[in-house]
Design a protein around this ligand. Sequence first.
Ligand SMILES: NC(=O)c1ccc[n+]([C@@H]2O[C@H](COP(=O)([O-])OP(=O)(O)OC[C@H]3O[C@@H](n4cnc5c(N)ncnc54)[C@H](OP(=O)(O)O)[C@@H]3O)[C@@H](O)[C@H]2O)c1
Length: 270
Amino acid sequence: MTEQIGENDRPVSAISGASSGFGAIYARRFAEKGHDLFLVARRQDRLDELAASLREKYNVRVETMRADLSKPDELLAVEKRVESLKNLEYMVNSAGFGGNRQFPDVDLDLETRMIQVHCIATMRLSRAALLPMTARRRGRLINIASAAGYLAGWGAADYTGTKAYILTFSRSLQADVRGKGVRVQALAPGFVKTEFHDSETMKNSGVKEKIWRPLWCSAEKVVSDSLRQIERPIRTVACVPTLLYKLVAWGGSAWCLAPFRVLFSGGRVR
Ligand SMILES: NC(=O)c1ccc[n+]([C@@H]2O[C@H](COP(=O)([O-])OP(=O)(O)OC[C@H]3O[C@@H](n4cnc5c(N)ncnc54)[C@H](OP(=O)(O)O)[C@@H]3O)[C@@H](O)[C@H]2O)c1
């Protein structure tokens, strides 16, 4: 069951990739604040389950839309709906997935879909959200990048590339909407245990087994850091949760620390 939102003065928040992981956590946090919700993903059963629990627990309205954001017509339907939400408080672009193949031995359709979901959908849904937000001179846009966007690594050319796009795109968006009452954030977490590493495109990556325990962060903490930082008066766009990943991001992007980049790419990138 789904229900219409946005027809009264209640605040609304929209989330892509709401069926699991960070997206589902943001949905709960916004419902706690009393926001009505617009939730998007491909797995309708998971959206229905989440929507039912949020309605029951927080007495909010929840509209869901099943959409594959790599498909232009389905993305357009989501875009139109987001654009029509005049009381839009938060838009979170969380839909995304990882890959596990090295170029040129990749599934080209999958790599193209990654660019569509991470770059095209983030760009189009950001614009759709900024229309009502700038008109009302308030709103928060959160685009989920990754600490990987600061790095280079094998088997992740498209992933690191698309996440770097989200970081730079979001920084420039904040410059565009300066003085219009809107805040933009690019959230760049490190390794987090969500369904991300179990998905079809990441299975057999061995990441969950290979990555050292202290390198994993809690998804709840990542979302708390994101929501805390976006309300701070200093307009920092990139939000990198935990000190460890702040160092990784700094080391991955500082010219003086090229050796760090070399290390992270297993000596394959200078
Ligand atoms: N977990 C990490 O270690 C980590 C670290 C840094 C950044 N991130 C980023 O965080 C974001 C969320 O990931 P997560 O960790 O929360 O993983 P997750 O639990 O797998 O969530 C991914 C979400 O994206 C949705 N999605 C994937 N492809 C989609 C498509 N074509 N159309 C619409 N929705 C789609 C999934 O829903 P459906 O399958 O129902 O469509 C799901 O709701 C991603 O952008 C990821 O790159 C994750």
